[in-house]
Design a protein around this ligand. Structure first.
Ligand code: MRU
Length: 347
């Protein structure tokens, strides 16, 4: 996608310097800042601190992190340590372990001196595959959106969290069909839910604004009434892990939107690459759900009147809070899952 008219990806590889640069998403949408990742520890930090986030981008960053590590030490012991450190960063996104597994499958059979070059090549391939998968998701998703197209007004799509360009290497998952629609001249408007407590919806609004796609941000709790009033033609979200039976773990709040859609006959679509499908998880009940620091709920981040980063405490430090990062939507509530290989209707 483009930033200020210039094509860019969320992760830019610099193999000759043994590093990658990533967009630091912790300061968006207020500031566009790049962070340099030049070690396994820095890659793990970028993922854990959510400088990079979104399941496909987490996977690609971990792959690059491993490639960077191989440039320093590509022995079996170093690989074991790097994989363990990267895998421990976030528990829910299937793409993280998928990417690390793919890297190991490529590297383990090779002699140690050959591993560094092969690791960079495999990380680049993972990134490229993500981009082409997302483009294919965009095409399949566009077919679905075209069928819902109202004659007399823009198509109203609601999304949750950020499953756009920023959550992937490029194009996005749930937003890929939206970008495809917009680029094809299909009038579309996106309802962007804020996505408390980390406010990833604000990243979605930032992306859509950069691409010129009409959108409106709403508080998460507004979704139900919009769906009930038929001001939403379809809800389209991403996924962090999809179980073998089609249950979907995605950003917390997704399940409530699926329930509202089900009650009102509004299609509820999930868009994700097959690297998000975990066939080792029989159902959503087996998907590990990340519990994050309660401070994310107690303290609101933003900028002050001068534009400087600022935070406001809304709950005392000792206040008990619960902060699960994801919920599981059962497959029976999902109209279809859009993948790079086509449409999957699990239920
Ligand atoms: O906690 P995050 O921001 O890494 O959450 C992941 C997500 O971006 C969303 O849940 C998204 O819908 C799936 S990833 C394309």
């Amino acid at each position: 996608m483009k930033i200020d008219g210039v094509p860019s990806r969320t992760v830019v590889s610099r193999p000759s310097e043994g590093c990658v640069e990533v967009i630091d998403q912790t300061v968006l949408p207020h500031e566009l800042r790049w962070a340099r990742v030049a070690s396994v520890a820095e890659a793990a930090h970028a993922i854990r601190s959510m400088q990079v986030r979104g399941a496909p981008l987490i996977g690609a960053t971990a792959a690059y992190g491993l490639a960077i590590g191989c440039g320093h030490d590509a022995s079996d012991a170093a690989l074991d340590r790097a994989v363990a450190d990267l895998a421990a960063t976030r528990p829910t996104a299937a793409n993280l372990r998928w990417a690390l597994r793919r890297m190991r499958d490529r590297l383990d059979p090779l002699p140690v001196p050959d591993r560094a070059a092969a690791a960079w090549a495999e990380a680049e391939a993972i990134a490229e595959d993500d981009v082409s998968a997302n483009r294919a998701i965009g095409r399949y998703g566009l077919d679905l959106l075209q069928r819902l197209r109202p004659g007399d007004r823009p198509l109203e799509v609601m999304t949750h969290c950020n499953a756009g360009w920023l959550a992937t290497v490029d194009r996005g998952t749930a937003l890929s069909p939206v970008y495809a629609a917009w680029d094809e001249g299909l009038p579309v408007h996106v309802w962007v839910s804020e996505t408390r407590p980390r406010n990833q919806g604000l990243l979605t609004a930032w992306e859509l604004a950069h691409h010129g796609v009409p959108h409106t941000a709403v508080a998460d709790s507004t979704a139900g009434v919009l769906i009930r009033q038929r001001r939403v033609d379809a809800v389209l979200v991403g996924a962090d892990r999809i179980a073998a039976n089609g249950d979907v773990a995605n950003k917390v709040g997704t399940y409530l939107k699926a329930l509202a859609c089900f009650d009102n006959g509004v299609p509820f679509y999930v868009a994700a690459p097959l690297s998000t499908v975990d066939t080792g998880c029989p159902s959503g009940a087996e998907i590990p759900i990340e519990e994050r620091d309660g401070e994310e709920l107690r303290v609101v981040q933003g900028v002050d009147a001068t534009g400087a980063p600022s935070s406001v405490r809304q709950l005392p430090q000792g206040e008990p809070v619960s902060n699960p990062a994801f919920d599981v939507t059962p497959s029976r509530l999902i109209t279809a899952i859009i993948t790079e290989r086509g449409i999957w209707t699990p239920a």
